[in-house]
Write a protein that binds this ligand. Structure first.
Ligand SMILES: Nc1nc2c(ncn2[C@@H]2O[C@H](COP(=O)(O)OP(=O)(O)O)[C@@H](O)[C@H]2O)c(=O)[nH]1
Ligand SMILES: [Mg+2]
Length: 256
């Protein structure tokens, strides 16, 4: 049986390159890329994959997209959060924050806040992977040249990898335009994971974590004027909450 050493969560808006990075780690295409299918914040898929022989559960999540914040359906988002937290079993060993260079969009900033600050309470190591840099002369100087911009948005990752997550155009038999940059990028991502994923990550108590997140998440999504009773009933039904859990959820909403 495979021993899984930890959970790695990839976050970032649609198009950031999350699924491409998972395929890069896997060495084969297992995650569907360019999948713009309608989905909800906190929706996720997980893949058990080796990184230099150590197996991790890698979560491909649906982050926030530009303009989502005011429009997210709270029932669906909170129900998905519950399922996500249940699957994480209280532990994130590394948060991999993905974005497509070069512009820091509002969604980039919001995703950092939602996942690094609110969900992980700034306790989980967070690395930044910037994709789309295949045409840069030096991948690594990109970070140095843009660092100040991130600091201005209060995005301060523990480490970074500037990469390309695609091989580019096919040039001939099994040869692609960005083969070299791609291999270099893959090695960087693998190293980043092994260097930064905590072996003893902070343990969040599964249900406490969920209930503690309700209020900050409602505030984040500006979901103040909601009809509590019905929302609680809907979430309880989607998540299959027990009577006791439903009562607790109602209490959290009432405090809001
Ligand atoms: N040029 C370029 N395209 C990329 C890169 N990474 C991903 N893409 C493309 O961007 C699109 C979205 O990538 P995907 O991995 O599905 O992003 P996700 O929505 O975050 O999972 C796909 O068409 C990818 O082929 C990259 O490093 N450079
Ligand atoms: Mg994807």
């Amino acid at each position: 049986m495979i021993e899984v050493v930890g959970n790695i969560v990839l976050v970032g808006e649609t198009g950031a390159g999350k699924s491409s990075i998972i395929n890069m780690i896997a060495g084969v295409d297992i995650a569907e890329t360019s999948n713009g299918a309608a989905s909800c914040t906190f929706d996720h898929h997980d893949y058990t994959l080796p990184v230099h022989d150590q197996y991790f559960k890698i979560f491909d999540t649906m982050g926030l997209n530009e303009g989502d914040r005011g429009t997210v359906g709270h029932t669906a988002a909170i129900a998905k959060l519950y399922q996500f937290i249940t699957h994480l079993d209280g532990q994130i060993n590394l948060l991999v924050f993905c974005m497509r260079g070069p512009r820091i969009k509002d969604a980039t900033h919001q995703n950092w806040k939602l996942f690094h600050e609110i969900m992980c309470e700034k306790k989980v190591p967070t690395v930044l992977v910037v994709t789309g840099l295949e045409n840069e002369d030096s991948l690594d100087s990109w970070w140095w040249n843009n660092k100040e911009n991130f600091e201005r948005h209060d995005i301060r990752p523990d480490d970074t990898a500037c990469i390309t997550a695609i091989r580019g155009k096919k040039l001939g038999d099994d040869r692609y335009a960005f083969d070299d940059q791609y291999e270099e990028s893959r090695a960087k991502v693998m190293k980043l994971i092994l260097n930064r994923a905590l072996l003893s990550a902070p343990r969040f108590h599964k249900t406490h974590w969920f209930y503690a997140l309700i209020r900050p998440i409602l505030t984040f999504f500006r979901l103040t004027k909601i009809r509590h009773r019905k929302v609680v009933r809907d979430i309880a039904a989607v998540c299959g909450l027990s009577e006791e859990e439903t009562r607790r959820l109602r209490e959290e909403f009432d405090k809001h």
